[in-house]
Design a protein around this ligand. Structure first.
Ligand SMILES: Nc1nc2c(ncn2[C@@H]2O[C@H](COP(=O)(O)OP(=O)(O)OP(=O)(O)O)[C@@H](O)[C@H]2O)c(=O)[nH]1
Ligand SMILES: [Mg+2]
Length: 294
């Protein structure tokens, strides 16, 4: 469905694409154009490392006359971006644990993922392991009601590991296909809260040893460099399998994915782009890059 990403993430594309368009339209490319490209990449949150790697490679190609025109530059840039962010298939799996800072979009993503997998005929069980706030449990329960999906919840201020334990038991004893665990938002710098997540993860592995736990980190794409720092620490503490970039409808920058891929080597699994239940897409890097540069 070509153009899907472009239409739905129009803000990213109008800002980044219009700036790039000027350079790609040139008949001859000079060193100073690469400097301008560098500025654009940095402004789009591509990060220092990825940007430097890209510009170094393009400079070599300019010097060896592999790149002479704006059109050549566009192709060469696409190649570099695909090198940094290769297309990858991931195991969609059966057990998901969602983590991230407060308000990054975990609960909304839990509902969207549940809905998407439900559409594929899977039977889902949701676990509200956010026991800090009664409202958090309610939020997931409301989604559960709307989607007709069962939600396992504990009592307020209870031990999240205990709710997850109960969730795993129910998952094992029923005919469910997928278990999605929503956790409470936490700052990556709160050591005790990170240890709590580690404990939850261990409970799942112990209760469901035959399943791989997909630990997904939701990152608010509007936070730019800050979300990069979060990813780094979450990954160090609890091993993240994949990233869900949320609120892609709100950002005009599209480079953060390259910064994450180049420095953290964590794949992006999904992009979430709105508050409606169906606004979720499995990430396809080739499509994303092609449309970004189109
Ligand atoms: N525009 C937009 N809003 C989103 C998206 N995802 C989530 N939101 C909104 O962002 C706010 C926070 O989302 P939640 O899903 O509650 O975030 P959370 O990570 O569960 O938050 P805590 O449980 O408080 O840590 C809500 O108002 C959501 O409707 C998205 O992709 N786009
Ligand atoms: Mg939540």
């Amino acid at each position: 469905m070509f153009g899907f990403i472009k239409k739905t993430l129009s803000k990213v594309y109008t800002q980044v694409t219009s700036q790039l368009g000027g350079i790609f339209g040139k008949t001859t490319i000079y060193e100073k154009d690469l400097q301008e490209l560098k500025e654009i990449l940095l402004k789009a949150d591509t990060g220092v490392k990825a940007t430097q790697d890209i510009i170094a490679a393009l400079t070599e190609q300019l010097e060896s006359h592999e790149v002479t025109s704006g059109a050549d530059l566009k192709d060469a840039l696409a190649q570099q971006l695909e090198y940094i962010l290769p297309s990858q298939q991931f195991d969609t799996g059966n057990v998901y644990m969602l983590v991230g800072i407060n308000g990054s979009g975990k609960t909304t993503f839990a509902a969207k993922l549940a809905h998407q997998l439900q559409q594929q005929g899977k039977k889902i069980l949701l676990v509200a392991a956010d026991t800090f706030r009664a409202a958090a449990v309610q939020q997931l329960q409301e989604w559960g009601q709307r989607l007709n999906i069962e939600v396992v919840a504990g009592r307020e201020n209870g031990d999240p590991a205990a709710v997850v334990y109960a969730g795993c038991e129910q998952f094992k004893s029923g005919d469910y296909d997928v278990l999605i665990i929503d956790t409470a938002g936490r700052l990556q710098t709160k050591i005790n809260l990170m240890q709590e997540l580690d404990k939850v993860k261990r409970v799942i592995s112990k209760k469901l040893p035959e399943y791989k736990v997909n630990t997904l980190l939701t990152l608010d794409s509007m936070l730019g460099q800050n979300s990069f720092d979060q990813a780094k620490i979450f990954h160090e503490k609890i091993d993240i399998d994949g990233i869900v970039l949320t609120k892609m409808d709100g950002t005009g920058k599209g480079g953060i994915l390259f910064a994450i891929a180049s420095e953290l080597k964590i794949p992006v699994y999904y992009i979430s782009f709105g508050e409606a239940i169906e606004q979720l897409k499995l990430f396809d890097s080739h499509e994303y890059i092609q449309e970004l540069l189109a």
